[in-house]
Each structure stands twice: as C-alpha cells, then as structure tokens.
Ligand binder design. Structure first.
Ligand code: SF4
Length: 313
C-alpha cells in the first residue's frame, strides 16, 4: 500500500493562503511526491474562510483559553468552527504515516506559532496551530514535521525515517496485532532504534520480552508510542558508529584481517567526521552480499527508506 502523508495544502503549491498565495516546498512537490501519496488539507479553507481572506492569529484570553481570531477584530472568532472541523476530519486521517504542516500558521503550525494576549501584545512564539495541536493529540505516534524544518538535511532524514518506520508498523499490523508480529517487527528495527535512542532500545527490548504480561491493545500502544518517540531522537555519529560496530561483529569470522581492518577504519573515519555514513554502510552491504545473513539483511537500519530519495548521500 502506498504511504499516505497528510500535508498543509499550501505546501504543495495550492493557492489557499490568506493572501491568495502558496508556500510550495520543492522537496515535497518535486521529490517526495514520487514516493508517497498526499492527503492535502487546508483547515481555513475547509471552514469556509475563502481565499484571499483576512489574516487570523492565536490569542490567549484573560481566563487562559487559546482562541483563533481575526487579526484586527478579535470578536470575529473561528475557534469553535475550527475545532468542529478538526474533530470531524481527524478520524479520516488514521491511515496516515506522517504529516507535513506549514510553519508559523495559527491553524497548521507545529511549534513556535505567535501567541498574543487580549490587548494584542505578543506573549511569545510558543503556540501550536489549532488544527495541528488536535492532530498531534489524537495521533501522538504520528511523525509531524514543518515545511521549513525539512530544509535541514538531518531533520528531513529523521522525518522520512519515521514515516517509513510507522508505515512498516501499519503494514505489519494491518490485519490485527499479535505478539508474534510484534517480535518480528522489533527484530527488524533493533539496530535502527539503537542508533536513535540506546536507552529506548533496551526498554523496548524489555517490553517485547515481557509482552505476555500486557493486554494486547495496551502492549501495541505502548510499543508504538515508545518506538515513535525513540526514532524522533536524532541518531548521533557516536550511536551510529556503535551500531556499525555491532553489525561488523556479524562478519568477524568471515572476513580476512585486511578486510576487517578496512571496515573498522571506515567506521572510525565516520565516527570522527572524516567520512559519510554511506561509506562504512556500503562496505557492510558489500560484505553482506558476499556472506548472506538473513538476520542482518532484514535490518531496516541498512535501508530505512528508498535509496532513490538520496537522503544519506
Ligand atoms: S497554513 Fe494551513 S490553513 Fe494556512 S493556507 Fe496553508 S493549509 Fe491553509
């Protein structure tokens, strides 16, 4: 099944912004589009605001509520309409494997959205857009990222890694959850989890080992939440090098002293920043082709997303 990603409609070039324009992201429109299918949503258009339209903003009232109001006249309040739309829309998004939102928007922004008080004074860039806030509360395991942050190569790779991982989970469990499926899933993702979050790697391992102590639904949700949180943490060079060392251990008996030395040297060069991750990974994959091992070959760490996305390059 194709990966489905929700997306703020303006980010794929739809002219739905308040000023009649868009916020097209070249990565989303020209590259990622070839690998996923988008579910575009413009919450403001969906509640009948039209385009162009007056700008809106998030306002914290004196009693602490967050309201979505007209920039110039805060008595024009869209909060209830937006919440009603969101509540009706969210159940139809359960199949998504990720969501890309437009930064800074009072409806779609993921973080650092401007918040004013009733006098219009800026309280800080501390809010989340109303639609996205509800989206993240409803699907806390869903990878959500902003268009602007996807310009950062590391954040982009992290987001895409999470999208493919969540999609793999959805595929694995599409006909129902079972402990057997959980064990098989965890086995494939062990090294990827270890690269991102060594502590979570140990905790998830314990959870899987004690699977029979939990009710299936609770177990599935606990695993999914901890798994998605673990992958959200960036994989550091040190952690990646640690995983590479574990993987090279599988070939110890098969490689010549020179071949072992070459691989160790490349891992070291990667660890100190003198080589890209692709260098030791390519050599590891070469050894895997020469000395096939099903357990290692099944590791998603080796290829967490299609190579054609060109991210690790
Ligand atoms: S940020 Fe969201 S609400 Fe604003 S134009 Fe884009 S999709 Fe529509």
């Amino acid at each position: 099944m194709t990966i489905q990603i929700g997306i703020s409609a303006c980010v794929i070039g739809e002219k739905v912004r308040y000023d009649g324009g868009h916020k097209n992201s070249a990565f989303c429109s020209d590259i990622l589009r070839n690998f996923v299918s988008y579910v575009p949503v413009c919450p403001e258009l969906a509640i009948g605001m039209g385009t162009p339209r007056p700008a809106i903003r998030l306002m914290k009232t004196d009693v602490g509520d967050i309201r979505l109001v007209n920039n110039k006249d805060s008595s024009i309040d869209f909060t209830d309409k937006m919440l009603a739309f969101t509540e009706a829309k969210l159940p139809s998004l359960h199949q998504l494997s990720g969501y890309i939102v437009c930064a800074k928007s009072p409806s779609c922004g993921m973080e650092r959205v401007r918040l004013v008080n009733e006098k219009g004074e800026l309280q800080g860039k501390i809010a989340t857009g109303l639609f996205t806030r509800q989206l993240m509360q409803t699907y806390p395991w869903l990878p959500v990222e902003e268009d602007g942050r996807l310009l950062d190569e590391e954040l982009k790779e992290n987001f895409i890694t999470r999208v493919y991982a969540i999609h793999a989970w959805q595929q694995q469990m599409k006909d129902g959850f079972s402990i057997g499926k959980l064990v098989a899933f965890h086995s494939q993702f062990k090294f990827l989890i270890m690269a991102h979050h060594p502590t979570a790697y140990r905790e998830l391992g314990r959870l899987v080992a004690n699977a029979k102590l939990f009710a299936p639904e609770e177990l599935a949700m606990r695993y999914l939440l901890d798994f998605s949180r673990a992958l959200k943490q960036q994989a550091t060079r040190k952690q990646q090098a640690n995983v590479l060392m574990h993987l090279q251990g599988f070939f110890k008996q098969m490689l010549s002293a020179d071949a072992k030395q070459e691989l160790l040297q490349l891992i070291h060069q990667y660890r100190v920043g003198h080589a890209p991750l692709l260098a030791p990974l390519t050599l590891l994959k070469h050894h895997l082709r020469q000395h096939p091992q099903a357990y290692v070959a099944a590791q998603r760490y080796l290829q967490p997303f299609p190579a054609e996305l060109g991210l690790r390059a």
